[in-house]
Design a protein. Structure first.
Length: 304
C-alpha cells in the first residue's frame, strides 16, 4: 500500500534516515485486515530493541535500561487490528530516544558541541533528566558515563523520532480524510510506586487528556466508564496528563481526539523481574474489549 492509495508509505518516511543495521525497523505499523476505523492505538514506549552503540556507551546494563520501557504494553494491545483499529508501536527502547518528547527538549549538559538554536533546555522534562534523549534511567541513575557528541542528536532524531511521528501523522490524517475524525489512544504503563504518589488507593488506570484539551469530554468519559465497569480504579490527569503526543496531536476542534492511557504495571507485570504475571491475560482481554467498543462507538464518543 502506498501514500497514493491513501495508505502508509514507509519508504517515504524513512528516506532521510541514515542506515543502521541494528536499528531498522524503528516502528511497526499494522492495519486492520478489513474495514479501517478512525481508531488508532499507539505504544511509543514499549520498544525492546537496544542498538549496540547505546549499549556500548551506557554505564547501565540492559536490565537497568529496560526499566525505562513501558514493558509489554505493545503485547497488551496487539489484538487492536483484529478489532478494526490501526496499531503503531515503537521497536527501539525509550532510553535511545523518547518519542513522547518534543524533539527540541535537549539537555546541554549531555552533549559536546552546540545544540539547535531553538533547543528547549529549560523544559520541566529536561530538568528531570527526561528529554528526547534521556539523561536518567527510571531509577534516577545517569545512563551515560560521558558526554555524547552533539551530532548524535540529529542522528537519533532522523533514525527514530521523525519516522515514528511521520507515520503517526499519516495515519491520523488518513483517518480524518476517510471518516472526518481520528481517535488516538496512546498506551503507556506506570510504575506502581508512581501510581501511589497521590496517597490513598493507587489507581489502576490514569487517563490523560491534557487537562481537557486533547479530546472531547465524551471520549474520556466513555473510556473511563468502560474501565470502571470492568472493576478498574481510574483517575484523570494525575500524575500523568499527557506529554508531547497529546500536545501535538490532540486537536478536537479539527476532529483529532487523543487520549493517553496509563496502566499500573502491577496489573500485569513483575516489576523487579520484568516478567509477565497471570494478570496479563485478563488485562489484555479487557483492553481488547475496550478497543472493540471504541471502534463500535467512535461516532458517539467523538461527536463526528
Amino acid at each position: 500500500m502506498t501514500a497514493d492509495d491513501g495508505g502508509f508509505d514507509e519508504r517515504a518516511v524513512m528516506a532521510d534516515a541514515p542506515p543502521a543495521a541494528d536499528l531498522a525497523p524503528v516502528f511497526s505499523l499494522e492495519l486492520p485486515p478489513g474495514e479501517v476505523s478512525p481508531v488508532i492505538c499507539a505504544s511509543p514506549h514499549s520498544g525492546r530493541r537496544y542498538p549496540s552503540e547505546l549499549l556500548a556507551a551506557a554505564r547501565l546494563d540492559l536490565r537497568q535500561l529496560r526499566r525505562t520501557e513501558d514493558a509489554y504494553v505493545d503485547q497488551l494491545v496487539k489484538g487492536a487490528p483484529a478489532r478494526g483499529a490501526t496499531l503503531l508501536t515503537a521497536e527501539l527502547g525509550r532510553a535511545y530516544v523518547d518519542l513522547n518528547r518534543d524533539p527540541l527538549e535537549l539537555d546541554p549538559a549531555m552533549f559536546d558541541g552546540p545544540l539547535p538554536a531553538a533547543a528547549k533546555i529549560h523544559s520541566p522534562r529536561v530538568a528531570a533528566g527526561l528529554g528526547v534523549i534521556p539523561k536518567l534511567s527510571a531509577s534516577g541513575r545517569e545512563i551515560y558515563g560521558q558526554r555524547l557528541v552533539a551530532r548524535e542528536i540529529e542522528r537519533r532524531l532522523a533514525l527514530a523520532h521523525r519516522p515514528y511521528h511521520a507515520a503517526l501523522e499519516q495515519v491520523v490524517q488518513t483517518a480524518v480524510k476517510a471518516h472526518g475524525c481520528a481517535l488516538l489512544l496512546d498506551w503507556h504503563s506506570m510504575p506502581s510506586s508512581a501510581a501511589r504518589m497521590g496517597g490513598g488507593a493507587a489507581p489502576d488506570v490514569v487517563l490523560g487528556d491534557f487537562h481537557g484539551l486533547s479530546c472531547a469530554p465524551s471520549v474520556i468519559d466513555g473510556i473511563e466508564a468502560f474501565f470502571t465497569r470492568q472493576g478498574y480504579r481510574c483517575q484523570r490527569n494525575q500524575p500523568y496528563a499527557g506529554g508531547y503526543i497529546m500536545e501535538r496531536y490532540g486537536r478536537p476542534a479539527d476532529g483529532v481526539h487523543a487520549l493517553q492511557i496509563e496502566l499500573n504495571r502491577s496489573l500485569y507485570l513483575d516489576e523487579a523481574r520484568l516478567e509477565l504475571t497471570p494478570g496479563f491475560d485478563r488485562l489484555r482481554r479487557d483492553l481488547g474489549g475496550l478497543i472493540a467498543a471504541a471502534v463500535r462507538d467512535w461516532r458517539a464518543m467523538t461527536g463526528a
